[in-house]
Design a protein around this ligand. Structure first.
Ligand SMILES: [Zn+2]
Ligand SMILES: [Zn+2]
Length: 665
């Protein structure tokens, strides 16, 4: 008699045994349909054994082994095991979360491979076109990484915006493909994948390039997965979830914009794709390249300590292109009308006269962040979240950007009946309106999540900008990343100050990265760029560093602060979070959890529970408890022991989870 040991998507640590006489060891890594409770679920076969610890007549039989897709490799299962241990989730939870949704059910995939876009659109062209001359720094970077092509190593490619980081990894990938190996490239934003995909197609016209991200149709994503797994795809390009793509001949890993917060998943399996990618590269014995103009403080510190190889690209790749000049406008003296100060308005006017483009950056979508009654002080709050409802004037709606709730804009104050309700503050829609008033003949294009919600519309907008169909772009961080526009010579940053004094200790790091990134959009094609930053705090070290494009200096300031305050990367953290209808219930659970923390806690600090910054979200109260340790290993041992205890706390009204290396509080 044979037995399967199956990983199932439930928060229980063990594997589940099933009888299955038709099973062979080749079935390890296959999906399998099994009865579980009163349901049938898809799990993954982790072992095929001749004996079970349970008596055979008590075990149920597996329904059927799903052999329509190749089994997951031993390496893949090992990676899932690592994530299971590190992120404190069951192996089944990890495996099923890592699989494309289409493979989480038992419906067989049609065997005939459907013709994908990649096949249809692939032109026959010469294999590799020499198009760019490389700078000495680019060549040095390529040489050092290529020199250790067959060994594990983390390379931090630290290059100013426009320095040609992409060109470096494209060259490396060419080398990987020439050896018959596969490359995996992770990017932070779904919106970036089409442009990058085009660049890859042009560069590697003969290669099969597979894209993996969460907005894809299920069938296409599963097909891409299968192409990667069979080895027929040479390049996989995707967002964080692509880190789990099965690649039997993986030769190189690239994480572009490695500092980007989106690499950390904030729900279900809370993993950091960058960190998992490093683990994966180590297991495969291959190099991994982390690219950034503003590396995360974690990576920067590793590079400083010599654990990562630091490769600098200190100048822009084009000899005729310099970094933009950053100028500050003190809004305490240069009062701004409608958010646009005199100097910024003048600079925009000059660009319009020269037919050059301007980008106005404001990382807040909607018309205004809140609606208020001046008479009684009422403000528009979300009923379900501790957040304000944002005014979306065009749709006549108030919307919660946290839970998605929406309501009509009230005609009168719900408290006192006052008819004169005022939108307070400024979002991209309002900025767009004031720019239209100031520059009535300018063609203004707003780009934020509201305007690019529809698939493909971001690309359409990029095309319009490149075709010169817009004079002024108004947008959020969606505009800050990746894409560059040849004719854009001015970037205006309005209302950035809000981020300076945020409670989250990571806020300044993120803000610097974002502003450096958006500044880098200016003046890339032989026309010098200018950045105008409106602020009430022109002497703030963050802005001072930005003027000098001095990431290194500012990183040192932040690292010193973190060391003194004992924050990551000098300590390792985990958060235990609880959600319930009332905050007292959530806090009560966390207090009970604290009393059950392992007593052997040498070097581990358990802090008092506290409500989260966004205390209510979608009708639930949220609290957390932070655990800190100076050693990652100590923290892991502590968490493993603690998790077993947590499962035994009776708290049916509480949902809880552990988040290892949390980035949101
Ligand atoms: Zn009122
Ligand atoms: Zn809400």
């Amino acid at each position: 008699m044979k037995f399967l040991r199956v990983a199932i998507d439930v928060p229980l640590p063990q594997l589940f045994d099933y009888r299955c006489d038709e099973a062979a060891t080749e079935d390890i890594g296959c999906r399998v349909l099994v009865p579980f409770g009163r349901k049938k679920v898809v799990g993954v076969i982790v072992e095929v054994v001749a004996r079970s610890d349970h008596s055979a007549d008590k075990l149920r039989s597996a329904e059927r082994i799903l052999r329509d897709v190749l089994p997951l490799s031993a390496e893949w299962i090992e990676l899932a095991r690592f994530c299971s241990g590190y992120y404190q989730r069951s192996l089944g939870e990890v495996m099923l979360a890592a699989l494309p949704p289409r493979l989480r059910n038992a419906r067989p995939l049609r065997a005939t491979k459907q013709k994908s876009d990649d096949d249809a659109a692939r032109p026959a062209a010469p294999p590799f076109v020499e198009r760019h001359r490389l700078t000495a720094e680019q060549l040095r970077a390529i040489d050092s990484i290529s020199a250790s092509a067959q060994a594990f190593g983390v390379f931090l490619l630290f290059g100013v915006t426009g320095s040609g980081k992409t060109e470096v990894y494209l060259r490396l990938i060419a080398g990987v493909l020439a050896r018959g190996a596969q490359a995996l490239v992770l990017v932070p934003e779904i919106a970036l994948t089409p442009a990058l995909q085009t660049a890859f197609r042009e560069r590697f016209p003969g290669a099969t390039i597979v894209v993996q991200h969460s907005a894809m149709a299920e069938g296409a994503r599963a097909r891409g997965w299968i192409e990667a797994q069979s080895g027929s795809a040479q390049i996989v390009l995707g967002t964080r979830l692509a880190v789990f793509a099965p690649l039997p001949r993986l030769g190189l890993l690239v994480v572009d914009e490695e500092q980007d917060p989106s690499f950390k998943q904030q729900e279900s399996l809370r993993y950091s794709a960058r960190d998992v990618a490093i683990v994966r590269a180590r297991a495969a014995g291959i190099p991994i390249v982390l690219c950034s103009a503003t590396p995360s403080l974690e990576s920067w510190r590793h590079a400083q300590a010599g654990r990562y190889a630091l490769l600098r690209l200190s100048r822009r790749a084009r000899a005729d292109s310099a970094l933009p000049e950053v100028r500050m406008v003190d809004t305490r003296t240069d009062a701004s009308r409608d958010g646009i100060s005199g100097p910024l308005a003048q600079a925009i006017g000059e660009r319009l006269a020269r037919s050059e483009q301007t980008l106005i950056f404001l990382n807040r979508r909607g018309y205004a962040p809140v609606l208020s009654c001046a008479k009684c002080g009422w403000i528009s709050g979300c009923k379900r979240c501790s957040a304000r409802l944002v005014v979306h004037l065009k749709d006549r709606e108030l919307r919660c950007h946290h839970c998605g709730d929406a309501a009509r804009i009230p005609r009168a104050c719900p408290e006192c009946g006052n008819l004169d309700l005022q939108p307070v503050g400024r979002g991209t829609q309002r900025l767009e309106a004031s720019l239209a008033e100031r520059f009535p003949r300018a063609r203004i294009l707003r780009m934020d999540r509201d305007t690019v919600r529809h698939r493909g519309s971001l690309e359409a907008m990029f095309a319009r900008i490149e075709a010169g169909e817009a004079d002024i772009l108004v947008g959020t961080q969606i505009l800050a990343k990746g894409h560059h526009f040849e004719n854009l010579t001015l970037v205006g940053v309005v209302d950035a100050d809000a981020g300076l004094y945020a409670a989250d200790y990571r806020a300044p790091e993120r803000m610097f990265a974002q502003l450096e990134q958006v500044s880098g959009r200016a003046g890339r094609a032989g026309v010098p760029g200018e950045v105008i930053l409106q602020t009430r705090y022109p002497n703030h070290p963050l802005y001072q560093a930005l003027v000098r494009h001095d990431f290194e200096g500012y990183a040192q300031i932040l690292l010193d602060e973190r060391r003194q305050a004992e924050f990551p990367p000098y300590v390792f953290e985990a958060a235990l979070r609880a959600e319930a209808l009332g905050i007292d219930v959530a806090l009560g659970f966390l207090r009970a959890a604290a009393t059950r923390a392992p007593s052997e806690r040498d070097g581990v600090t358990v802090y008092d529970p506290s409500p989260m910054m966004l205390e209510r979200l979608a009708g639930r109260a949220r609290a957390q408890l932070i655990v800190q340790a100076h050693s990652r290993v100590r923290l892991q041992l502590f968490l493993r022991e603690w998790r077993a205890e947590l499962a035994s706390i009776r708290a049916p009204a509480v949902r809880w989870h552990l988040d290892v290396d949390p980035t949101e509080f």
